[in-house]
Design a protein around this ligand. Structure first.
Ligand code: C5P
Length: 245
C-alpha cells in the first residue's frame, strides 16, 4: 500500500458543504474520508447520498464510523444498509459479542455478493480510548485479572474469530494486536499527531506521530484536525505523506 493510501481524513464537520469542500480539495491525495456520528446526526441519510455521489470515482473512498452496537438481528440489518451505501469501510463494537459480530460479517458479505460489489472492510471498536482501566474495572466490572491491553487483545481475537477484517485501536495497543492477530489483520489508529511545532495535540492524550504509528504496525491512520484545520490542507497531507515514505 502506498503511504497516502494509509491516511484516513476525519470529516468532523456538521454540514455536507464543508465535507464536500474537504473531499474536493484532498481527493486523490488520501486513502479515505471518515464520516462519523457528528455528520450523521446533523445530516441524516443525506450522508449516504453524499457518499453515493462519488460512486463513479473509485479513488474516493469512505469509512462510515457508525460504531454499531445492538442485538445481532438489528446490527446485521444496519450492516446490509451500510454495505448498500457503497462505503469502503465501516465499524461495529466488539463488545456486542461473537454472535453479533458474526451476524454483521455474514450480512456484509452476503449483501456485497448480492450487489456484486467489493465487500467493505468491516472492523470492530475494541475498547474506546476514553475508557480507562479504572472505568473498566469499577464501572463496567470486567475481571480485575484482565488488564486493559489484555482485554483489547481478547476482543480483537474475538473479532477475528467472528470473521471481521480488523479493529480500531489506540496506537499503544497496536503491537500486541498485530502480534496476536497476524499481518493481514487491519488496524486503524486515531490519536495521531505529527511532530510539527505549530500543532497542538488538542484533546488527544496519548499521541504518536504518523511514522511511529506505522512502525508499531498500524495499517491506516485516522487524522482529523492536523489536516482539516490546516491553512493549506493539501500541503499538510503532502507533508504527512513525505514523512511516511
Ligand atoms: O482531529 P483528530 O485527529 O484528533 O481526530 C481523530 C478522529 O478519530 C476523530 O474523528 C475522533 O472521533 C476519532 N477517534 C479518536 N479516538 C478513538 C476513536 C475515534 O480520536 N478512540
Amino acid at each position: 500500500m502506498q503511504a497516502q493510501d494509509r491516511l484516513i481524513v476525519a470529516l468532523d464537520v456538521s454540514s455536507l458543504d464543508e465535507a464536500r469542500s474537504i473531499v474536493e480539495e484532498l481527493k486523490g491525495s488520501v486513502g479515505m474520508f471518515k464520516i462519523g456520528l457528528e455528520m450523521f446526526t446533523a445530516c441524516g441519510t443525506e450522508v449516504f447520498e453524499f457518499i453515493e455521489s462519488y460512486k463513479s470515482n473509485k479513488n474516493i473512498r469512505f469509512f462510515f464510523d457508525g460504531k454499531f452496537h445492538d442485538i445481532p438481528n438489528t446490527v446485521a440489518a444496519a450492516c446490509r444498509n451500510t454495505t448498500r451505501a457503497n462505503v469502503a469501510m465501516f465499524n461495529i463494537h466488539a463488545q456486542g459479542g461473537i454472535e453479533m459480530m458474526s451476524a454483521a460479517a455474514k450480512a456484509t458479505r452476503e449483501q456485497a455478493q448480492l450487489l456484486n460489489i467489493k465487500k467493505p472492510i468491516l472492523i470492530a471498536v475494541t475498547v474506546l480510548t476514553s475508557i480507562s482501566e479504572n472505568i473498566l474495572h469499577e464501572q463496567i466490572k470486567t475481571s480485575k485479572d484482565l488488564d486493559l491491553p489484555q482485554y483489547v487483545v481478547h476482543l480483537a481475537k474475538l473479532a477475528k474469530e467472528a470473521g471481521l477484517d480488523g479493529v480500531v485501536a489506540s496506537p499503544k495497543e497496536v503491537p500486541l494486536i498485530r502480534n496476536a492477530c497476524g499481518d493481514d489483520f487491519v488496524i486503524v489508529t486515531p490519536g495521531i499527531r505529527p511532530n510539527w511545532p505549530e500543532l497542538a495535540s488538542d484533546d488527544q492524550k496519548r499521541v504518536l506521530t504518523p511514522s511511529q504509528a506505522i512502525a508499531q504496525g498500524s495499517t491506516y491512520l485516522v487524522i482529523g484536525r492536523p489536516i482539516t484545520k490546516a491553512q493549506n490542507r493539501l500541503e499538510a497531507v503532502n507533508r504527512l505523506v513525505a514523512e511516511l515514505v
